[in-house]
Ligand binder design. Structure first.
Ligand code: TXA
Ligand code: MG
Length: 316
């Protein structure tokens, strides 16, 4: 527990300087990115990174993303390539994470990579995230700021509900705009999609001029979400539902009579931004959740990925 409780910082120069200061002390700060709130710690400080895993109760084989302020900063830690350059040029700052071979002199704690010889790096677009990274001037390891296996946080209240008393501070800057985690592309070998997310696949394939390989389920755990049940509400989740049955609350999409609608106009970007907040809200009702079909195009691929995990059989 944090002796004086979890501080709330605001998104102004004082709050940003405090956040950078706490990170320098090896403490943990939750901060907004354009995707979801991240739980940040100094990626070079093994103790800080160990505390991220502890605060989240996360299995230690799941490696973390290093957040940096710029392409130049990323290049200090990983071996850059033409494909990395093309994707970074097109999508950074933004909701794309690149997995690249580590440089020999990287200085990042092996707890961040979980012992892999690659590192996931991302330059977030959120102005407050960028301000913290610039003020801190180092790599910040940051998984989503939720207890492991639970729904990702898109507001500071979600973060507090899951991690209050377990982290030094939360920088509150309102809801996240994208609402889904970053797309993760592996570039250590053939370009591979490791997790669908905030940048749609066809955009990435367009820039690379080639199709992405897809992660093989059952292969080595090199990427996210191979833990089937993830992003899981406490209540059961039923997908592809036309209507609610029994006690269910219906989460809808498009023109539909339902309890909560991700986007009444059928806009996938709006639906992505609302997804996790909607799951948090329906979870609070304590009732089973039914979800109407969502088209698997563009950001719909990532939305359906998260929904399948929310609906998957639970480990415990
Ligand atoms: O949008 C996001 O990506 C958010 C915000 C906070 O930036 N972060 C996030 O982190 O979603 P996290 O830890 O919840 O998910 C990162 C995923 C993990 O599932 C992990 O398996 C994968 O990235 N990953 C990290 N390093 C990797 C590596 N070297 N190779 C393959 N996958 C890696
Ligand atoms: Mg997560």
């Amino acid at each position: 527990m944090i002796p004086n409780g979890t501080l709330e910082l605001s998104a102004d120069p004082t709050g940003i300087a405090q956040a950078a200061d706490l990170l320098r002390q090896g403490l943990l700060v939750a901060f907004p990115t354009e995707t979801v709130y991240g739980l940040g710690g100094d990626a070079r400080n093994g103790e800080a990174v160990a505390n991220i895993y502890a605060a989240k109760g996360r299995p230690s084989f799941n490696p973390l993303i290093a957040h940096v302020a710029s392409v130049e900063a990323a290049q200090r830690f990983v071996q850059w390539s033409d494909q990395a350059e093309a994707l970074a040029h097109a999508f950074w700052p933004g909701p794309l994470t690149l997995v690249l071979p580590l440089r020999a002199d990287h200085g990042v704690s092996s707890l961040v990579t979980a012992g892999l010889d690659t590192l996931a790096v991302r330059v977030p677009a959120h102005p407050t995230a960028r301000a913290i990274l610039t003020a801190f001037d180092g790599p910040v390891a940051a998984p989503s700021a939720n207890p492991s296996g639970q729904i990702s946080p898109t507001t500071a209240d979600h973060v507090r509900a899951g991690l209050d008393g377990r982290i030094a501070a939360i920088l509150n800057d309102g809801p996240c705009g994208v609402g889904l985690e970053s797309t993760i592309v592996g570039l250590a070998g053939e370009p591979t999609l490791l997790r669908p997310g905030g940048v749609a696949l066809d955009q990435i394939e367009h820039v690379l001029g080639t199709e992405l390989h897809h992660h093989q389920p059952g292969g080595i755990l090199t990427a996210p979400g191979q833990l089937q049940s993830h992003y899981a509400p406490d209540s059961p989740v039923r997908l592809e539902a036309d209507q609610a049955q029994g006690d269910e609350v219906l989460l809808g999409f498009g023109a539909l009579d339902c309890d909560l609608n991700l986007s009444p106009t059928g806009n996938l970007t709006e639906a992505a931004a609302n997804l996790f907040a909607a799951l948090h809200k329906l979870n609070d009702t304590g009732r089973p959740i039914a979800v109407s079909p969502i088209p698997s195009v563009g950001l719909g691929v990532a939305i359906n990925d998260r929904l399948r995990r929310a609906a998957a059989p639970r480990d415990s």
